[in-house]
Design a binder for this molecule. Sequence first.
Ligand SMILES: [Zn+2]
Length: 306
Amino acid sequence: MIANPPPWPGGARCAVAFTFDVDTDSMLHYGLPESAHTKLTALSWTRYDEVAIPRILEMYRRYELQQTFFVPAWVAEQYPHLVEGMAAGGHEVALHGYMHELSNTLSPEEEASILRRGTEVIERIAGARPKGWRAPFYSFSPETARLLCLEGFEYDSSLMGDDVPYLLRCDEGDLVELPADYQSDDWPQYVQNVEFEYLMPIRAPARAMEVFRAEFEAAYEYGGLWVSMWHPFVSGRLSRAHEVAKFIEEVLGRGDVWVSRLDEIAAHIRSITAAGDYQPRVDRIPYYPGPVAAEADASDSSQTAT
Ligand SMILES: [Zn+2]
């Protein structure tokens, strides 16, 4: 089913990453800049990260796993103790915007400035320069790959174009893409938020985990990479964390799954590619230089004129 599965370390059948998007209350202030500070219930809902992140760190310490946390720089400044806890646990801290901005609504200068400022903040608080990026709301822009290459990033995990890692190529270099997908994100399973007018049926944890289990089983069967996205204040809630812990035990119980930080997966792909043991698929970025519909309209009208 997968045309080009990479060889995984130690002969593992597939690679798995539990990645965390640590938005906390950044996106509330970004989305509702004038009124977020008055919405204490919504703020407390996202600030549950204060409970969920120590719980998750303890869980991963118990399973001896190090994973990847994507953190907006403002969140790192606001809650440095949480980021220090991630770094102390051997986890990777990667960048997720400054205030959870939509990258594809920013000018290239604004996007570049957020990357520079965010990199400085994460390096100062986590103790290591971020190597990876996930665009807030998956809002990867036509400029993002180029700017990430210029800032020295190794990989992105925002796009959704494959079941295995691939390369994003732009004039400034190559990024490893470690693809995400909406069905491996906890948000559609669990989130109902009146402030965002986002009203979805909330799944029972066991039911939600069926989706994640199916994704993992397919990656295991066909040698893929399964990147899952978890928001601590969403799936770090008690009953949901309980189900995730059971699932992690199942994954580890297989004994032939590589559960790793994303920076290590990206480094592995670069290393086997350099050694000639693997040829990743390459996507040239951006896909289109400008609006496609406008060009089609223009060519239509020129045909009419002639
Ligand atoms: Zn986010």
